[in-house]
Every structure is written in structure tokens, then in C-alpha cells.
Design a protein around this ligand. Structure first.
Ligand code: UT7
Length: 328
């Protein structure tokens, strides 16, 4: 009999190269003071040339597999959440399947921006519950540095590269499980955060190649406003369905985009700041990877113990939002 789906292992990988606020201030008109005050970010990681999203994803996955005790050969499903795939086709998940030796796994990508890892969690959970697959690997991985206009100070200071992964499997009696999930989309807001070029709507051509169309375009204030409302509503929906009170929640893991957004969410959920996980000062916004990396760090730092109730909440381009309540 099924007892739900549990997280059997987590992993993460960050590229070695560190780009500090000071480094950025040497090539765009910005300052450490502006970036820290407005965002909370101090530095971010940048992938090396030839180090692709799939490579980051595979390194995070090998850690998660090791912790789970499940060999790669027993993984039946791989979902990579990314907006910066190695190639439009094949899917990044196919490269990962080969790199980690999970040759039995069905592998595909999903695109839900910063909410992608929690979208993947919901999809994998449902597929495991249905009996279609047993062991699944979900990954959030991004090489955002490849899609940043490094002359645009309003976006280039925000993003970084990295990957996080989790192994999901059916939970046995007495084990923790994913209690509730929520995902949502508002397609009316596609224009406030996007990479407008490089896709079929606006392919890169010799004529437009100099125009930075395949880079981030964002109305920061608009995104900020939607982020707070959508994240609060989404988190509350899983908290309510999980039957939790704010004092039952031992850790909130929010999307790591802006410390001011994180503080606003903590306030609205009535969870004190010391129970809200923050690592964006080290990595900036890594989109789909952010929650996956934060989950792994919190776990490895001993901030998540067996039986703990944790809530993860994300928000991103689309607009998309997603939450999960978990008993560890
Ligand atoms: O993953 C989800 C996606 N993204 C988000 O969640 C982002 C949500 N939005 C935000 O985090 C914030 O809106 C930002 C951090 C992007 C911007 O902060 P803000 O407080 O909304 O600033 P702003 O865009 O209103 O800009 C204020 C000023 C402007 O100057 P003026 O027009 O007041 O003279 C900007 O030109 O700050 C200027 N500015 C900068 N100055 C120094 C913008 N970027 C920079 C910069 N350094 N890097």
C-alpha cells in the first residue's frame, strides 16, 4: 500500500568561479551598496566555458543519488527544470541521463522558470503515486550567465549559475512524505519577465545578433509586486491543506530572488526570520536551481531533521508559482 512519496536524497553543485558585486562594479555602473541594499546579493557563481547546464545538473544528481542509496541504474524518471537548456533539443535531461549512467530512465525537461523545481516535484510525485515509475530524479539547473546582457545593470547583477537535485521514491510506513503541493500560472503576465529572443517568435539572425534579444528583459517592480502576492497565496494553500499552523513550520525555503521579497513573505506567513532559509547572498537568483540548492544546503547543514515540516515556495516568469509542504 502506498504511503505517499518521500525525498530520499538531495544534492547540489555550484560552479567554482565567484563574481562579486565589486567585480560587477568594474564593468557596469553599480555598487556593492546598491546591490546589497536592493537585493541582498553579495556574489554569484559563473559556470566555466564548456561547463553546460547538464554538467551542473549531473554533478548535483550524483550527490543526491549517493545520499539516497539508490543507484543511477534504478532511476526510472529524470525531470530537469530549466530555462537555460544545453540545447533546445535534445532535452537537457537526456544529456544528464547519459552523464550519470541512468540508462533506464525516461528523461525530459520542463520550463517553468523559477518555479520549475517545484513543478517537477509535483509531476514526479503524481507519476510515482500512479505507479508509472518508482524512483525519480528531479533537478533544477541553470546557466543563466549565458542569457544575461552584461551591459544591463538592472538585470546582470541579479542572476547566477548552479544546480540542485532530489531523488524521490515511494515512502514506507512511518517515513516522511510530500504532504501537499500547489502550482499555478498567469499567462497574462508573460511580458514582465522574459527572454524575448532566440526562440521561434524571434530567432537570432545575422541582422539582430547585436541586439541582445536572447537575454533577460524584466520590469523589476511589477515582478516584485506579483511575487509577494502569489507566493503568499500559494504557500498558504499548501499550509492549509497540510493542516499546519505557522508555529508547526520548522523551515520555509523560499525562492532566492530578493531578500526584500523573502522578508515580505516571512512576514505575511507569520514565520520568524530565523526559520526562513536564505543563501542568495552567495549565489544570487539561480531560477529553477534556487530552491533545489537551498533544500540541499539546509539539509546538509542540519537545518532539516526527521519529522520536521518544511514549506517551499517559488515564483517566476510565466508568471508561474508553486509550493510544497513536506514532512521530512
Ligand atoms: O526570479 C524572479 C524574478 N525576479 C525577481 O523576483 C525580481 C523582482 N524585482 C526586484 O528584485 C527589484 O525590482 C530589483 C532588485 C530588480 C530592482 O529594485 P527596485 O528597488 O525595484 O529598483 P528600480 O528598478 O525601481 O530602480 C531604482 C533605481 C533606478 O534609477 P532611477 O530611475 O531611480 O534614477 C535604476 O536605474 O536604481 C537604478 N538601478 C541601479 N543602480 C545601481 C537599477 N539597477 C541598478 C544597479 N546599480 N545594478
Amino acid at each position: 500500500m502506498s504511503h505517499g512519496v518521500t525525498i530520499a536524497g538531495t544534492g547540489s553543485y555550484l560552479p567554482e568561479k565567484i563574481l562579486t558585486n565589486h567585480d560587477l562594479s568594474e564593468f557596469v555602473e553599480t555598487s556593492d551598496e546598491w546591490i546589497v541594499t536592493r537585493t541582498g546579493i553579495k556574489e554569484r557563481r559563473i559556470a566555466a566555458e564548456g561547463e553546460n547546464t547538464s554538467h551542473l545538473a549531473a554533478k548535483a544528481s550524483l550527490q543526491a543519488l549517493e545520499q539516497s542509496g539508490i543507484p543511477a541504474a534504478d532511476i526510472e524518471l529524470i525531470i530537469v527544470a530549466t530555462i537555460t537548456p544545453d540545447t533546445f533539443t535534445p532535452a537537457t535531461a537526456c544529456y544528464v541521463q547519459e552523464q550519470i549512467g541512468a540508462s533506464r530512465a525516461v528523461a525530459f525537461d520542463i520550463s517553468a522558470a523559477c518555479s520549475g523545481f517545484l513543478y517537477a516535484m509535483k509531476i514526479a510525485k503524481r507519476l510515482i503515486e500512479s505507479g508509472a515509475f518508482a524512483n525519480a530524479l528531479i533537478i533544477g539547473a541553470e546557466k543563466l550567465s549565458a542569457f544575461v546582457d552584461w551591459s544591463d545593470r538592472s538585470t546582470c547583477v541579479l542572476f547566477g549559475d548552479g544546480a540542485g537535485a532530489a531523488v524521490l521514491r515511494p515512502s514506507a510506513e512511518g517515513e516522511g512524505k510530500i504532504i501537499a503541493t500547489d502550482i499555478g500560472t498567469d499567462g497574462k503576465q508573460t511580458s514582465i519577465l522574459s527572454i524575448p529572443g532566440g526562440g521561434s517568435a524571434c530567432p537570432t539572425t545575422p541582422q539582430n545578433v547585436g541586439e541582445s534579444l536572447a537575454t533577460f528583459s524584466m520590469s523589476g517592480r511589477e515582478v516584485f509586486k506579483h511575487a509577494v502576492t502569489r507566493m503568499k497565496n500559494s504557500a498558504n494553500s499548501v499550509i492549509e491543506r497540510a493542516g499546519l499552523q505557522p508555529e508547526d513550520i520548522s523551515l520555509v525555503i523560499p525562492h532566492q530572488a530578493n531578500l526584500r521579497i523573502i522578508d515580505a513573505i516571512a512576514d505575511r506567513l507569520a514565520v520568524p526570520n530565523d526559520r526562513v532559509f536564505v543563501n542568495l547572498h552567495k549565489y544570487g537568483n539561480t531560477s529553477a536551481a534556487a530552491i533545489a540548492i537551498a533544500l540541499d544546503e539546509a539539509h546538509r547543514e542540519g537545518k532539516i531533521q526527521r519529522g520536521d515540516k518544511i514549506v517551499m515556495v517559488a515564483f517566476g516568469a510565466g508568471l508561474t508559482w508553486a509550493s510544497a509542504a513536506i514532512e521530512w
